[in-house]
Write a protein that binds this ligand. Sequence first.
Ligand code: MRU
Length: 365
Amino acid sequence: MTDKDDFFEKIISVKLSADRESVDIIDQTLLPGTLRRINLHTKEELWDAIKKLKLRGAPAIGVGAAYGIAVLANKFTADNYDEFYGEFKKLKDYLASSRPTAVNLFWALDRMERRLKEVQGEPVSSIKEILFEEAQKIRDEDVAISRSIGEFGFGLLKELKKEGKEIGILTHCNAGTLATAKYGTATAPVYTALEHGWKGSDLHVYCDETRPLLQGARLTAFELHNAGVKTTLQCDNMASMLMKQGKIDIIFVGCDRVARNGDSANKIGTSGLAILAKHYGIPFYICAPSSTIDLNTASGDDIPIEMRDMEEITTEWYKERMAPEDIDVFNPAFDFAEHGLISGIITEKGIAREPFDRSFEELGV
Ligand code: MRU
């Protein structure tokens, strides 16, 4: 095992604990200074970890919710299916209320419920095992999905490669290993390039700091830098300068929910990047597992956007308050890039392009 493998092993964001009594996560709010794993034993601890972004990133939230519902259902005392299902349903609704935007949370919980319904009639003890198996499948599939997104994204990087020149990639927030089971989505093309023998210096990833919670600075820059990728950090409002200077060849961002028409919700600031990319003629790609595509949501306007506490902007990162006491604060956690601004949506099944609804159908989403 190389030092890099060891690093990626250490930053697995979410696991099932060995005794299957808890969900084992990295508390991402403490990174990059402290790499601490914590164990979530109760539904309240899991809910709070998702709400407070200790466990975050759309696919990682989905994996955590699947493990969580398996762990917690294993503790139910019900000995018949109907009672067990009733308790499961209440727990599912509770966990689903933690964050509204990333569809992977609901997708994973729905998939666990579907599996439970399929095995109605089996003894409760077997059902509990089946739920653990399903959660593990969701996790394992997530690794394969990210790797496949990585291959499609790597195909785009190969087209951009010119002898002796680095490829400038801009990304926003953290859609990296920490946000998934492994590889990330927006970072997957980069990690895949390294696996294909490219050097860290063949690429240059520019990480938006990502106000207000600094996922780009604290998480993406941390991951990529440790992986040996040439990495530069800039504040969000500096991205246009990089584009103007010709430093950015392609933009890869993650996604929390893709609507049927291709509108793609991601961390606040993504929409501005997409508009800038159009202005400067830079390809703008969304990287997302097909589970992030929500065909029941017609357009971005129908995606619920999470609003968060004002303290994230006024006090969280400062020794003293950095805004007047009674100031009104606007703090949406997400926005969406309109489909017309998106060059393509890279999924594990292929790259979807305009018109996206037809392209999703062709890819079998
Ligand atoms: O609020 P966060 O940190 O959960 O927001 C995360 C993002 O916006 C990511 O880009 C998205 O979840 C995709 S993660 C592969």
